[in-house]
Write a protein that binds this ligand. Structure first.
Ligand code: PRX
Length: 657
């Protein structure tokens, strides 16, 4: 059966269509046809029209060293110039670039002129301390204007930033600094979330003390909470002192289009997190195009992406995209449930947000909150400023979609369900709001120029209606360039030999609707979990568990969770006797805390179960499919005849917690 038969279809409202930048299906088809006919010409035209180049490119796509594709590679530009200076030159100097709302509700507004001055001062300070083009700078900051300033300042001088989410542990920070060989760390004394001040600098200190971070020459500390923090003489400097006396004029470092703008670490199915390397020109192009086409950003919009700058969404749709389009955006420090779960709706009302982009997990938790406490229901707020909603990070279930549509969007605002990844740089499969009839739960059709397909294990494209593997058939400008320091892993992970190295493997399963060809993402096909829209590798969590002195062996799987999409479920074999009752509960808590400390609180397993062994085949392979059934609480119906130790299943069925 077709999706369209089973679910309601929401056609774009006429008044949206009439003003949309890409208006109507014909316009969308024309763009797709243009790309089909002359792929390089299509992207070249857009790159000329939407970006400002210091030296125009003459080459478009270089496939000679595939899959290490190069785009616009003899062109020269600067991202920070494109985001700041060119808007000021266009007369937007006094326009508000950022409306910042802090955890405690205080609001400040920063104009483009002021933002450029702050970025330039910080950029000059970095240069004065010896940071050069190509140096890596790790940014470990909370959601703040300073975070955006630090990222833009790196871009301005051609330093490659690597932002580490403020919820990651000392160990995770240390590993990222070490892998990137970073020369600078930019952090804060602490962060404010949900009315609490949490430490950050002490975690950074712990990371630096672990060894392996010898490349770090300086640590800049933004004083956010005012907490006392130890400052190491000669290494650590407060932000205020660092920028003191610096000029607010800084000539951008003009870099070639392929210059690495940033690294962002993300989880894979094996090994340590990988440093996804993004380019300057191609990346920025996609950020701009998706802002204009997916979000239909217009000069009067107030755009709000609720992601953290520690994730790719916060890179493309906070630090770069909105600014490169001269937009006004909200940057929010806090959490959706403080002081109450009406926070998002109150902020939309107060700042007259017109485009609101968030994650399904946030929507689901706010549905639950609104059901429990009617005063925080969105109907209590004036949300009439909204004209477009967006979703990202995980599949949005149709029930959450409908609630979002009706209660937040007033049944008036299209929802763009944007499928993409850290590696893709920007939206890949997404509705365009003035074009695409919407079907809840489907990310619909590829962004113009993106050649997505569903294939079988041999790489053969499947008929619509059949589930398979999501791939992208042609390189696109914003794609990952390599994995930092590990080009072989890049090839293996994304251009595997199974597909003759010709197809980009997203790592997700997908199905196209039999009639409309709409894509639905069916979830990861590798050992990557998606918890509240955050990617976690099962191996990473297993390694963290086995690093605990009590643990002999561990296997981690996901199970569906109403709130977080997936929940982490760990099966653990302890070295000593298997604990029962309260003793087991205590060990569970210890192990959860241990994983929190090793990786970060987001990686804590929700369920932990103990067995004397794990279900293994006679050849010693853990049968993860069985574990997935157990985690879900399903009866095990799979064939267990190859199991070495069937009795173990009974032990693992029981959930102590
Ligand atoms: O599984 C897909 C899921 O999130 C993965 C990418 O995670 P990450 O690199 O952390 O980037 C998240 C923000 C772009 C994908 O492989 N995913 C992301 N967006 C969607 C999605 N799954 C379904 N629908 C989406 N809209």
């Amino acid at each position: 059966m077709s999706q369209a038969d089973s679910l309601q279809v929401f056609t774009p409202p006429a008044d949206f269509v009439s003003q949309a930048t890409i208006s109507g299906m014909e316009a969308y088809r024309a763009l797709c046809a243009e790309a089909e006919k002359d792929y390089a010409g299509f992207w070249a035209r857009l790159a000329r029209e939407h970006l400002s180049w210091k030296v125009p490119f003459t080459r478009v796509l270089d496939e000679s060293n595939a899959p290490f594709f190069r785009w616009f590679d003899d062109g020269v530009l600067n991202v920070s110039y494109n985001c700041l200076d060119r808007n000021i030159e266009a007369g937007l100097g006094d326009k508000t670039a950022i409306i910042f709302e802090s955890d405690d509700g205080s609001v400040s507004r920063i104009s483009y002129r002021e933002l450029l001055a702050r970025v330039s001062r910080f950029a000059n300070a970095l240069k004065a301390s010896g940071v050069r083009k190509g140096d890596r700078v790790v940014i470990y900051l909370p959601m703040s204007v300073e975070g955006v300033v630090a990222m833009q300042a790196c871009a301005r001088i051609g330093a490659t930033h690597s932002v580490v989410f403020g919820g990651f542990s000392a160990q995770s920070l240390r590993d990222r600094i070490n892998d990137a060989g970073a020369v600078f760390l930019i952090t804060a004394d602490g962060q404010c979330r949900g009315g609490k001040a949490l430490p950050l600098k002490p975690i950074a200190d712990e990371a630096l003390a672990m060894g392996g971070c010898e490349s770090i020459k300086k640590v800049v500390v933004w004083q956010r909470t005012g907490a006392d923090c130890a400052m190491q003489a000669g290494r650590d400097v407060f932000w205020g002192d660092f920028v003191a006396g610096q000029s607010d004029v800084c000539e951008p470092e003009w870099v070639e289009a392929e210059h690495p703008l940033f690294l962002l670490y993300t989880s894979g199915s094996t090994g340590k997190p990988k440093g996804v390397q993004h380019s300057t020109g191609g990346y920025l192009l996609h950020a701009v195009l998706t802002m204009k086409w997916t979000f239909d950003l217009k000069p009067d919009d107030v755009f709000w992406c609720t992601a953290d700058i520690g994730w790719v969404t916060g890179h493309t749709y906070i630090a770069y995209g909105p600014l490169a389009c001269g937009g006004t955006q909200i940057v929010f420090e806090g959490v959706p449930t403080y002081p109450d779960a009406g926070r998002f709706w109150r902020m939309v009302q107060d700042h007259k947000a017109s485009i609101f982009y968030t994650a399904p997990t946030a929507v689901r938790s706010l549905i639950k909150a609104a059901e429990a406490t009617p005063t925080v229901h969105p109907r209590n707020y004036d949300l009439s400023s909204l004209r477009l909603l967006g979703s990202v990070g995980e599949p949005i279930n149709p029930a959450a979609w409908m609630w979002f549509y009706e209660n937040v969007g007033g049944s008036r605002c299209p929802i763009v369900d944007t499928f993409w990844q850290t590696e893709t740089g920007g939206h890949m499969i997404t509705p365009l709001p003035g074009v695409t009839p919407l079907v809840p739960g489907s990310c619909t059709l590829p962004f113009p120029g993106i050649q997505a397909a569903v294939v079988d294990e041999t790489g053969t494209e499947l008929d619509w209606g059949k589930g398979g593997i999501l791939v992208v058939k042609r390189p696109w400008p914003a794609m990952i360039r390599t994995i930092w320091g590990d080009p072989e892993r890049f090839k293996r992970s994304y251009y595997p030999d199974d597909f003759a190295g010709q197809l980009y493997l997203a790592g997700d399963g997908a199905m196209r609707d039999a009639q409309t060809g709409y894509f639905t993402i069916t979830g990861r096909i590798d050992d990557v979990l998606n918890v509240s829209g955050h990617r976690m590798g099962t191996m990473e969590i297993e390694s963290a568990l086995v690093s605990h002195p009590l643990v002999a062996e561990a296997a981690v799987v996901g199970r569906p969770d109403d709130l977080t999409g997936e929940a982490i479920c760990a099966f653990v074999v302890l070295k000593g006797v298997r604990p029962e009752g309260d003793a087991a509960k205590k060990v569970i808590k210890d192990l959860q805390d241990h994983v929190g400390k090793e990786i970060g609180p987001i990686a804590k397993p929700k369920d932990i179960r103990f067995g004397e062994n794990l279900p293994k085949t006679r050849s010693g392979k853990i049968m993860r499919r069985l574990l997935r059934s157990l985690a879900k609480g399903e009866e095990v119906t799979q064939d267990t005849s190859t199991l070495e130790n069937p009795a173990i299943l009974d032990q693992l069925k029981r959930n102590v917690a």
